[in-house]
Design a protein around this ligand. Structure first.
Ligand SMILES: Nc1nc2[nH]cc(C(=O)O)c2c(=O)[nH]1
Ligand code: SF4
Ligand SMILES: [Mg+2]
Length: 248
């Protein structure tokens, strides 16, 4: 089916053209940074894809998948790979973060986008929950995976969120870093168990919090113990800088 265009004009994309279901894209018109993980503070563009295969109660991007609270007709659009490439190429910013929801649900259709971005001189980071193994073609030069396995304390069953075979593929890719959201010392103990069991490295810990106050408080609770384990620590810069508003 073609996307409906304004009456009397061509549809937004042509029949048969590869399209993705997108929740939002940002960073070109109003510039921002990668707020989390190894590239925290780097200028970045964001493509947030719709849909998730998990239903974490503490999710901070439910508008991308929770159709019991949000209307998919308002919260998602079909965008062609060509449109997304034009959009990203219009900015000099090198890093493109593909997030969600769970972006690897649409990984077959992502291949031409990622290839196009790399050809255009960009590098790509995926923010993924680690439950869907990337296809070999996606594990390419210029691509990194910020894999964020979700703990039970995040409001999800670990028999759904911890998928050993998928984690093994990420480890073998040598292009993954494992970024865990944590609130408590008990979370750090669980992260250690999972990292040991599945040989996950490098481990990054990110304090939970969608306000600066909660983020700072959680940072203080966790910092010593994260340092003692010789793990990496990241903040959520967009929460501190832009108050976690959409589109930043
Ligand atoms: N600035 C900024 N950095 C981010 N890094 C990961 C994000 C996400 O929502 O996955 C995100 C986000 O929403 N904003
Ligand atoms: S895996 Fe991520 S996007 Fe999906 S529900 Fe959990 S927190 Fe939200
Ligand atoms: Mg976010």
């Amino acid at each position: 089916m073609t996307a409906p265009g304004p009456i009397g004009l061509e549809p937004a994309h042509k029949e048969g053209e590869s399209t993705l279901i997108v929740a939002e894209r940002f960073g070109v018109e109003i510039p921002t940074f990668q707020g989390e993980g190894p590239s925290c503070g780097h200028p970045a563009l964001f493509i947030r894809l719709s849909r998730c295969n998990l239903t974490c109660t503490k999710c901070d991007s439910k508008e991308s998948w929770d159709w019991s609270q949000f209307d998919p007709r308002k919260e998602s659009t079909k965008q062609s790979v060509a449109e997304l490439l034009d959009w990203a190429s219009s900015s000099p910013v090198e890093l493109v973060v593909i997030t969600g929801g769970e972006p690897l649900i649409q990984q077959a259709k992502l291949l031409p986008l990622v290839r196009g971005l790399i050809t255009a001189g960009k590098r790509v980071e995926f923010e993924t929950n680690g439950t869907i193994a990337p296809v070999p073609e996606l594990v390419a030069d210029g691509v990194r995976f910020n894999v964020s396995p979700k703990l039970a304390s995040f409001g999800v069953r670990e028999d759904k969120s911890i998928v050993p075979a998928a984690l093994e593929t990420f480890v073998a890719s040598e292009r993954a870093r494992f970024k865990f959201v944590a609130s408590t010392m008990a979370d750090l103990d669980r992260i250690a168990e999972l990292a040991d069991a599945h040989r996950l490295a490098p481990v990054w810990v990110m304090p939970e919090g969608t306000t600066p106050e909660v983020l700072i408080a959680t940072t203080r609770v966790l910092a010593d113990a994260v340092a003692a384990r010789h793990w990496h620590f990241t903040t959520r810069l967009h929460v501190l800088a832009f108050a976690d508003i959409r589109g930043r």
